[in-house]
Ligand binder design. Sequence first.
Ligand code: C5P
Length: 347
Amino acid sequence: MSAPDSDLFFTSDAADDAAGADRAPRRPADDGPSASTTVTARVPAKVNVQLSVGGLRPDGFHDLANVFLAVGLYDEITVTPTAPTEGPRITCSGPDTHHVPLDRSNLALRAVDALALRHGISPDVHVHIDKDIPVAGGMAGGSADAAGALLACDTLWGTRTPREELLAICAELGSDVPFSLVGGAALGRGRGEVLTPLEVGGTFHWVFAVADGGLSTPAVYRECDRLRERRGTGSGVGDVPEPEASPVLLAALRSGDPHLLAANLSNDLQPAAVSLLPSLGDTLAAGREAGALAALVSGSGPTCAFLAEDAASASDIAVALRDADVCRDARTATSPAEGATVIRAEV
Ligand code: C5P
């Protein structure tokens, strides 16, 4: 299934506004001032407990059966108005700041632009990202920032965009962005953006081993295709079976039993991530030796995720991973976690 066409969700007024280049951009105050001058949204990271990758589609994406689980590592996105017509600007704080692009290529600014265009207003806003989610780590940090900026600006501007439209804008921005808005657990079909919420029956305890660099998501998908070609199976839509959610994996999520979940975790991108960064093999092995119930690469990597029996075991695994010197840092977190949420709105 292809990405939803966000134009389908535009009201005719908004579409006219978006198309009306000769019209002066409106300020949010034209619609009645918002009560807030600063809004902060908190958005979780994610891990994929199943990532089944279908064949390469003609549009360059792969169909997925992508079981997302939100985990309690968060970025906080704060938006504050700038002077009229100044346009958007972006700053970032946190240990990974130097890896975050601070220009219009940042997904959070693209989200701001998309929402402003949708409502025909000028995106005069300062976006500050307080970053705790590893950058380029396969934990949807960039997607989280986009979803957070969207939600925070919608609150700041008082634009009250219907949820369906916010989700459509998210899907335009990237395959993982809708899940960052929704959180919890969900099955992503299509390229990952068509979501069905899933039930989770308990709290799962994770350790995340953060690698020293990042991996580019397109490069990992390309490597997955290359490995499939090399095996002789082909990498196109007709060559690879259509991905399906695993019923036992979904039952494991519902049960809340970490042993059942551990036995059914899977990630089709893992061989590709390990092929591009072979040291990930050592990281995964170190976590298993330290008592993890299961180890897998998170999404396109290079962050490695370890499922632990309980909170005490997760702490022990984190200490062992740090001691083994197989990662830059090891973080513990639980799932599921709430999706993008406004946590502060100050006047
Ligand atoms: O949607 P997003 O911008 O996050 O995707 C980044 C890249 O990851 C795409 O350009 C594509 O190369 C790859 N991708 C894919 N199939 C998906 C999702 C992403 O091939 N379902």
